[in-house]
Design a protein around this ligand. Structure first.
Ligand SMILES: [Zn+2]
Ligand SMILES: [Zn+2]
Length: 368
């Protein structure tokens, strides 16, 4: 069982960024393997666990996914389907926190000379970000959407190698990475960076492919089809892993973000819908059923209670938006008085007549 990220860092669900940072600072020091020489293995695991929690909770989009869907929602954003150090983007923070304490041993242990960071990971193809606008109707019907992308594919002419006459990169000796050591007051740091000569490939092409100019990949237009996820709302996104740009270390992802089109009549608040209708005076008085617009093909009706006033809100349970987890929100219909044509002479007479029955204006009780 994976532990809750908030629990791992010991913070409340609504913790602001400062608090997350503070908690991580404390936990990272506490669990650093060098601070726990007697049980290094366990410390290493804990250290990774708090770093994973930090990675997710510091990223607003990942945090939202986690809050909404838990571990399953966020694990798809990690490149291997689960958190590894390659997914960690806060090395600078770690250096701030630990660099001074351990003289850079962290970098040696996890990312440096042990070579545990696989070279090909750095050559994964890029992600493609797409924003898709969807209508409320489309969300309700979970319609299919198509979009075009111009994606890098492996070059067929050179099978992605970039050309012929390929040799080992002389600068990095084929490792794709170069190490630089720098000294500071606190100790020596080793940092590892992508080899500038071969861009991390480990090899250099002497006769570049004419189709791709040595890049090993070329762009091709593609049409992608997706089904709108149930109950999706603005700002949420899905990740299509392995559908992004081609790279030597595998494909990147397509990240599809959704944006709702404003509706002519309905307003969405979470899973609930709000609608205003104009109701003739006699209908408010006598009650009855009226037709209302709907987000599916069905004709919807709402029952107006006898003796309604305006504005008044009538709730229709389960007539709201589909919830991502199943079920439906509610529909709230605000009744408003349909204005009358006051220029009509007959109507003028009727209203004069009506005055006899109306009485004086009175204050309206709240919470009614
Ligand atoms: Zn080529
Ligand atoms: Zn190189």
């Amino acid at each position: 069982m994976k532990r809750d990220y908030y629990e791992v860092l010991g913070i409340p669900k609504n913790a602001p960024t400062d608090e997350i940072k503070k908690a991580y600072r404390k936990k990272a020091k506490q669990h650093h393997p060098d601070m726990n020489p007697d049980n290094k293995k366990e410390a290493e695991q804990k250290f990774k666990e708090v770093s994973e929690a930090y990675e997710v909770l510091m990223d607003p989009q990942k945090r939202q996914l986690y809050d909404q869907y838990g571990h399953d929602g966020v694990s798809q954003t990690f490149h291997g389907g689960g958190f590894t150090w390659d997914d960690f983007t806060h090395f600078d923070d770690l250096q701030d926190i630990l660099g001074n304490l351990f003289g850079g041993s962290l970098f040696e242990d996890f990312f440096g000379s042990t070579g545990r960071r696989p070279r090909q990971q750095t050559q994964r193809g890029g992600d493609i970000h797409v924003i898709i606008t969807v209508s409320l109707e489309e969300i309700v019907s979970q319609a299919k959407k198509h979009f075009k992308i111009n994606r890098f594919e492996q070059c067929k002419a050179c099978a992605g190698r970039g050309g012929s006459d390929i040799g080992t990169c002389p600068q990095c000796g084929g490792r794709g990475q170069v190490q630089t050591r720098s000294r500071s007051f606190f100790g020596t740091f080793t940092s590892v960076s992508t080899c500038p000569q071969c861009q991390g490939q480990g090899e250099i092409v002497k006769t570049p492919c004419t189709k791709c100019n040595g890049a090993g990949r070329v762009r091709h237009p593609r049409t992608i089809e997706i089904a709108i996820p149930r109950g999706i709302s603005t700002g949420q996104y899905i990740v299509l892993r392995g559908e992004g740009h081609h790279g030597r270390g595998g494909r990147g992802s397509i990240i599809v973000q959704f944006e709702e089109k404003p509706h002519e009549y309905f307003e969405r608040r979470g899973d609930n819908l709000y609608l205003r209708i104009l109701v003739p005076y006699s209908k408010l008085v006598n009650g009855g059923s009226v037709d209302i617009p709907s987000l599916n093909a069905k004709q919807e009706k709402i029952k107006i209670p006898k003796g309604s006033s305006a504005p008044e809100i009538v709730r229709a349970r389960g007539k709201g938006m589909p919830r991502p987890t199943g079920g439906f929100g509610d529909l709230y219909v605000e009744l408003n008085l349909k204005p009358l044509d006051t220029k009509d002479r007959d109507l003028g007479r009727i209203i004069e007549e009506l005055k006899k029955y109306e009485g004086k204006p009175t204050p309206k009780r709240r919470n009614r």
